[in-house]
Design a protein around this ligand. Structure first.
Ligand SMILES: Nc1ncnc2c1ncn2[C@@H]1O[C@H](COP(=O)(O)OP(=O)(O)O)[C@@H](O)[C@H]1O
Ligand SMILES: [Mg+2]
Length: 241
């Protein structure tokens, strides 16, 4: 089992969209996936569960994809903290051990190939401890001067907490904007081989599909953009396995 996340401390870059589409591609590769939604906005929980379904841990309409909702993930965290008498603000290390044990039990029972954390855009105690559990942290980046500066901050933070940086991948790439090509060069100069080859374009197919509660590949599989998450997922699997 591998625990991975698509993390960036900026909101709205495409973390949840990436989690959803990558989980879908993994499921098509016959991998069993659990998504754990740690974001109070509950976007991935809402995507995978029907309205009114209040189960906290459930199979989804996709074979091989299971979801644990925000409320369930947070309740579990509180239970562990109460059980071992931890102070939620400080005892991150002991909490991490307990949490890892619990995740391992979960995996033994269910044989997940991948657990994917959908995290909120914050660098707080919760996200830092979750990032350090991950086998690999992948960082989606929407190109821009500030974003490239920002990614250095994220990468430094990851190394400070000994989290494993799997690489970053470009999302919302604008093929018609020369400036995006030069920013891509800047990014590659800064991070070298840590920039994944697959690039997710800015795409209405990707944007609109989510509104219809579909993955890009389900929504319009004949569009180039819809294939891109499949390519990215293969690259991610290559790094993880
Ligand atoms: N490749 C893309 N092209 C166009 N729009 C996108 C793309 N990826 C995500 N979006 C849109 O960007 C917005 C934020 O995406 P989301 O995945 O919720 O970001 P985050 O989880 O990082 O906050 C959503 O409206 C989503 O539909
Ligand atoms: Mg999100």
């Amino acid at each position: 089992m591998k625990i991975i996340t698509m993390y960036n401390n900026k909101g709205g870059v495409g973390k949840t969209t990436s989690v959803i589409n990558i989980a879908y591609s993994l499921s098509k590769m016959r991998k069993k996936v659990l998504i754990m939604d740690f974001d109070e906005q509950r976007n991935s929980s809402r995507f995978f569960l029907e309205d009114g379904d209040d189960r906290g841990y459930a199979p989804t309409r996709y074979e091989n994809i299971f979801i644990m909702t925000y409320d369930e993930c947070i309740q579990k965290r509180k239970n562990i903290q109460m059980k071992v008498g931890l102070d939620p603000e400080y005892d991150t290390f002991e909490f991490a051990n307990q949490y890892t044990d619990w995740l391992k039990q979960l995996e033994t029972k269910s044989n997940y190939d991948y657990i994917i954390f959908d995290l909120p855009p914050a660098l707080n105690d919760l996200t830092l401890s979750l990032l350090s559990f991950c086998d690999y942290v992948f960082v989606p980046i929407e190109l821009g001067t500030f974003a490239i500066q920002g990614i250095t901050v994220v990468v430094t933070k990851l190394s400070e907490i000994s989290a494993k940086f799997g690489g970053c991948f470009v999302v919302k790439f604008d093929n018609e904007n020369p400036s995006d090509y030069s920013l891509l060069d800047t990014l590659k100069n800064a991070l070298g081989a840590k920039v994944l080859e697959s690039i997710i374009p800015f795409s209405r197919v990707i944007k609109n599909s989510i509104s219809y509660r579909m993955t890009a590949a389900e929504y319009m599989d004949y569009m180039v953009a819809a294939e891109k998450y499949g390519e990215l997922t293969k690259e991610i699997v290559g790094i993880c396995e």
